[in-house]
Design a protein around this ligand. Structure first.
Ligand code: SAM
Length: 337
C-alpha cells in the first residue's frame, strides 16, 4: 500500500491489505507542509490538538473543549459511525476524531501530510499514515463505511490550479477517491466534510498569487493573499462541490458553521496572544524559525498582527462561509467499469 508512517513506506494498516506492495506518496505543496510544521509546534505542543472549529450551536458560552468534542460527535453521527464502523479520516490532524471513533468501537484509519501528526497519532495507538490523499492506493478500495474530511480540502486546490481551470477536476477526483474506498455493500456509505468557501469575498486567482503587499494594507485582497502565502491552497466556491461530486455523491445535509469557526478562531487568537509572553513557546518555535524565517514571519503576522485568519469569519456578512456537508453514495457507478 501507499502509506508511510514517516519518511519511509511501512506495513499496511491492519484494516487494509497487509500484503500489498508499498508505493511512494507524492509530496504535498511545501507551503502546506510548512504551515502544519508551524501549527504543530505552536499549537499542538501547547495542548491545542483540534485544528478545526468546535460546535457551539449558536451558544458562545459553550466551553472550548466541549465544543470541540461536540463537533467530532456531529461528524461521526453524520456518517453513522458506530461499533465496527470502518472510518477513513482524510487530513486527520492529531487524530482527535479517530480517537473519538475508537471510543465508539469503530475502526479508524487516518492520512495526513504532517510527519509530526503521524508521530503523535501513532503514539496514541492510532492507525495513521503519512500519505497524500491523491495516493490512496487501490488496495484500500471498498474497505470503508465512511469518509471524513474535517478541514483538509482547503489545501487541495492551489490558486495556480484555479487560474488554469483545474479546480473542478481536482475536486471531482477527490470525490472519486472517496467513492472507490467506500464499500458498495455497506449500509452507511457516507462522506462528511467541513470546508471554508468564498462568500462575500470573491477571489481572483490571479490576484491571490500576488504579494499581499501589492494590495492596500488590511484590505480584503491583502488578507486573502496573506492566507494563501501562509497556508497554501485556494477555497472552493459555494455550490462547486455539488457540481464536482456528480455522479459519485449526492448532498444530503448542509450546516452553516461560520459562527462556530468565528468563536473558535477568536479563542485561538487569545491563545496565540498569551503565547507571546511564554518563553517555552518561543523555544518550541525557534528551530522552525531558523529553518523558515520568512514563513515564520508570515504566520506570526497573519495570525497575530493583521489577524487575517480571524478576518474570514468576522462581521455581519463575513468574507467566507464555512459549511459542514454530508454526502450519500450514489451506487450507479459501482457497476460501471
Ligand atoms: C485544518 S487541518 C485539520 C486536521 C484535523 N482534521 C482536525 O480537525 O483537527 C488539515 C489537515 O489536512 C492535512 N492535509 C493537507 N493536505 C493534505 C493532503 N494532500 N493529503 C492528506 N492530508 C492533507 C493536514 O496535514 C492536516 O492534518
Amino acid at each position: 500500500m501507499a502509506a508511510s508512517r514517516l519518511e519511509a513506506p511501512v506495513a499496511a494498516p491492519p484494516t487494509c491489505d497487509p500484503h500489498a506492495a508499498p508505493v511512494r506518496s507524492s509530496p504535498a505543496p511545501r507551503t502546506t507542509v510548512a504551515c502544519y510544521d508551524f501549527w504543530d509546534r505552536v499549537f499542538r505542543r501547547a495542548g491545542v490538538l483540534d485544528y478545526t472549529e468546535g460546535f457551539y450551536d449558536g451558544d458562545p458560552t459553550v466551553p472550548y473543549q466541549q465544543a470541540q468534542r461536540a463537533q467530532l460527535d456531529y461528524l461521526l453521527d453524520a456518517v453513522d459511525c458506530h461499533a465496527g464502523s470502518r472510518v477513513l479520516d482524510i487530513g486527520c490532524g492529531n487524530g482527535e476524531l479517530l480517537a473519538r471513533a475508537r471510543s465508539r468501537g469503530a475502526l479508524g484509519t487516518g492520512v495526513t501530510i504532517s510527519p509530526e501528526q503521524v508521530q503523535h497519532c501513532v503514539g496514541q495507538g492510532l492507525d495513521v499514515y503519512l500519505l497524500n490523499y491523491r495516493d490512496i492506493p487501490d488496495s484500500w478500495n471498498g474497505r470503508f463505511d465512511a469518509v471524513v474530511l474535517n478541514g483538509p480540502i482547503e489545501h487541495f486546490v492551489q490558486a495556480t490550479d484555479a487560474l488554469s481551470g483545474r479546480a473542478d477536476a481536482i475536486y471531482h477526483e477527490l470525490f472519486g477517491i472517496c467513492h472507490r474506498v467506500l464499500d458498495p455493500q455497506s449500509s452507511s456509505r457516507q462522506v462528511v466534510n467541513t470546508t471554508i468557501h468564498f462568500d462575500r469575498f470573491q477571489s481572483d486567482p490571479g490576484e491571490a498569487v500576488r504579494s499581499p503587499w501589492s494590495f492596500p494594507w488590511f484590505s480584503d485582497k491583502f488578507h486573502y493573499a496573506l492566507l494563501v502565502e501562509g497556508f497554501g491552497g485556494y477555497y472552493p466556491q459555494l455550490g462547486q462541490f455539488e457540481r464536482c461530486a456528480r455522479p459519485y455523491f449526492q448532498l444530503t445535509a448542509e450546516r452553516d458553521a461560520t459562527y462556530d469557526y468565528h468563536l473558535t478562531s477568536e479563542e485561538w487568537l487569545r491563545h496565540g496572544m498569551r503565547s507571546l509572553v511564554s518563553p517555552r513557546q518561543w523555544g518550541r518555535l525557534l528551530p522552525f524559525a531558523v529553518r523558515h524565517p520568512l514563513h515564520t514571519t508570515t504566520m506570526m503576522f497573519l495570525l497575530l498582527v493583521s489577524q487575517s485568519w480571524n478576518w474570514q469569519f468576522r462581521g455581519e456578512h463575513p468574507p467566507m462561509k464555512h459549511l459542514w456537508q454530508t454526502w450519500s453514495y450514489l451506487p450507479a457507478l459501482a457497476a460501471s467499469p
